[in-house]
Write a protein of this length. Structure first.
Length: 193
């Protein structure tokens, strides 16, 4: 069976996607390089899910996709993962949360190995990551703008808690509290509508 930095795999689709720690930029100490790792260092599927804020199903799915690798099981025991696999799972989960598809992640992970030189790999990776950073910054800007508008709306409608208008909500459009020139778009849509 092929050996990949702390995990022994059955031959198959995992071979192309399970990478050495160095491919992830992780500095591995000698203790983490032991094969197989000390049983006390190993994480169960449940530990992986809990520590990465994912689910058991997600851990199993990412393993089946070859993005993380469990160690070889002995005598029908449960899956066990090296701590390095938790770090992989955490960054993969963060990348997914940021909007990357699994295919995008697989492409990024395999990019270096598909290039003929360090210069080519670095160039492709830089271009791809810079494009992704720009997309993320655009999303961050939008989220920040929406957040600011929602904060403004909350601040505005806090005054409405003391409203005793008998014709609520019909009179909200005419109210001095919400009828300010600098009233946010969110206030206009959600409260004055």
């Amino acid at each position: 069976m092929p050996l990949y930095s702390g995990c022994v795999l059955d031959a198959g689709k995992h071979d192309s996607l399970c990478f050495l720690h160095d491919d992830w930029g992780v500095h591995v100490n000698e203790r983490a390089k032991k094969l197989p790792p000390d049983e006390s260092d190993c994480l169960s599927t449940g530990d992986m899910a809990r520590l990465s804020n994912t689910t058991l199903r997600t851990v199993r799915f990412y393993e089946s996709e070859g993005l993380i690798c469990s160690m070889a099981r002995q005598g029908g025991s449960h899956r066990k993962f090296a701590p390095s696999e938790l770090r992989k799972l955490q960054i993969i989960s963060d990348l997914r949360e940021s909007g990357l598809s699994l295919q995008d992640i697989k492409t990024l992970i395999g990019m270096k190995n598909r290039c003929g030189s360090a210069k080519s790999a670095a160039g492709q990776m830089t271009e791809t990551l810079c494009r992704r950073i720009r997309e993320l910054q655009d999303r961050i800007d939008t989220l920040s703008r929406v957040r600011d508008e929602l904060v403004s709306t909350v601040q505005t409608i806090q005054h409405c808690r003391d409203c005793h208008e008998p014709q609520f909500p019909a009179r909200c459009a005419e109210c001095d509290v919400t009828n300010q020139p600098d009233s946010s778009r969110a206030t206009q849509l959600l409260w004055k509508n």
